[in-house]
Design a protein around this ligand. Structure first.
Ligand code: CA
Length: 247
């Protein structure tokens, strides 16, 4: 199995700062999208801490190692918990950074197992054999309302509170991380993205851009262009991961 990937981040049309950060390490199978919040550039500080801490925790120093085998998703969970602590500590040490936070979606693939983790509303999707699905569950107020039957999907997408997250890194000392196993297969296309993409493009549109294939960087570009064509109100970050037969 061979992993190929491409990633792009764009400030969008409605913002002057890009507070998203991604980390991509194809060799070690580590992929992170973090979406910072806090304003005045503080979100960028938070998302950078998250991407760096998670990457460092998942990539053992000096090794080509792919994480301790058998520990499963705990490695991913601990990496995000550590990122949460680091964002909180950094904000405590500098009053100008108070209130910063980030959402994150992380994929780790390799011989130690393949896992997906998320906190907040950054998402992961999978296109496999013609089937397209969102793998993550958004930790948002509108998602809770939809689950409770109080809002429809359409109402949720247009709701003024649609970007209110119920979980983020840098908020509470205790953060609940959703972790799920992945079973990557040749032909799979995974997409990690910040909400700047999904706030303006529906799942069918995102699927259409993935299905047109082409190079992975062309797919990333198409997704970002499509979000900007819709006004690009927020920063847009996409990571596309392709699983291929070993050459
Ligand atoms: Ca965002």
């Amino acid at each position: 199995m061979e992993i190929r990937c491409s990633a792009q981040s764009d400030v969008g049309r409605g913002r002057t700062l890009n507070e998203d950060t991604f980390a991509v390490d194809g060799e070690r199978g580590i992929f992170v999208v973090a979406d910072g919040m806090g304003g005045h550039g503080n979100g960028e500080v938070a998302s950078r801490i998250v991407a760096d801490v998670v990457h460092r925790n998942l990539a053992p120093a000096g090794g080509r190692g792919r994480g301790a085998a058998g520990e499963g998703g705990q490695v991913l969970r601990r990496a995000l918990e550590e990122a949460n602590r680091r964002v909180i500590e950094t904000a405590r040490g500098d009053s100008a950074l108070a209130g910063m936070g980030a959402t994150a979606v992380v994929v780790k693939m390799g011989s130690g197992g393949s896992y997906l983790a998320n906190v907040g509303d950054s998402r992961a999707y999978l296109l496999r054999a013609g089937r397209f699905a969102q793998l993550t569950k958004d930790h948002t107020w509108v998602r809770e309302q939809v689950s409770a039957g109080l809002l429809s999907e359409t109402q949720a997408m247009r709701h003024p509170f649609r970007s209110v997250v119920t979980r983020a890194l840098g908020g509470d000392e205790e953060v609940t991380v959703d972790v799920m196993p992945l079973d990557p297969q040749p032909g799979d296309l995974y997409l990690l993205c910040s909400d700047g993409l999904t706030a303006v493009l529906g799942d069918d549109e995102i699927r259409g851009h993935l299905e047109r294939r082409g190079s992975l960087s062309a797919i990333c570009r198409r997704l970002i262009d499509a979000a900007n064509d819709r006004g690009g109100p927020d920063n847009i970050t996409v990571v596309v991961i392709s699983i291929e037969e070993a050459a």
